[in-house]
Design a protein around this ligand. Sequence first.
Ligand code: BTN
Length: 280
Amino acid sequence: MTGVEAEPAPGAPLTAEALGPGLDTAWLGRALHWLERTDSTMRVASELAGRGAPHGTAVIAEEQSAGRGRLGRSFHSPPHANLYVSVVLRPTPPGLLAPTLVLAAGVAVAETVAGWLGAPERVDLKWPNDVRIDGKKTSGILVELASDAVRPLFAVLGIGVNLNVDPASFPDEFRERATSLAAASGASVDRIAFTRRLFGTLERVLDLHGTLGFAALRPRFEAWFRMRGQAVRVLEPAGRTLEGVVRGVDPDGALRLACRDGGELRVLAGEVTLLREARA
Ligand code: BTN
């Protein structure tokens, strides 16, 4: 024994034992469940929360067979390459489980990805939940709320980050539109070090969001939000398709669009496709 603890190898599993020693958080990931394989960490975290798991409980899987994305989509989750994590959130009061939570989490992911890459100009946030490098999706964020008849009980915040996956291995529909941090940086990513950094930043961001609201994060969000002036098409969950030019994001997280008829629309949820540049 030398008294000096060896760091785990970069490809080592993202277990509590590997992450714990350098983890700079008070509550996030202090209870951590690691799974070699599951259908979705969202399901596991939600079940744990239903049985009373505390605020900040994290579930990490090395592989997901049915990774969930927004609007019923799937999230491609190959083994041992990336980060797939879901976190149980029980803010007090529960009203703090606002729709802006996903935007707040996006700030934390964008900052961590940009810090790792060392090139913030290559990183942006596509409303509401994609963190991109060079315009290609690198991370997706999902919030699922559990409520009783009158109020939200808890949220599960899910984050998937493509770290070491080779984009050539993506299914056809994603190959041109997605990348990984390793592909973008040209070097493999130490998943343990990345996850520790993300947890630290995410905890600080969520604490700010919980105490002061999205307004406190607005300047940091704006640094990554480069959609203003962009022409977009939005497919809303109910099936309505909208087109307009992005004006910005409202304090409640809605995307504000200028329409051709001179009016404005607020979009609360939907799949956004970027059209030609329209920055006039
Ligand atoms: C999206 O891009 O639409 C959101 C993707 C969210 C993926 C993460 S991976 C960890 C957690 N478990 C899931 O099944 N989904 C989220």
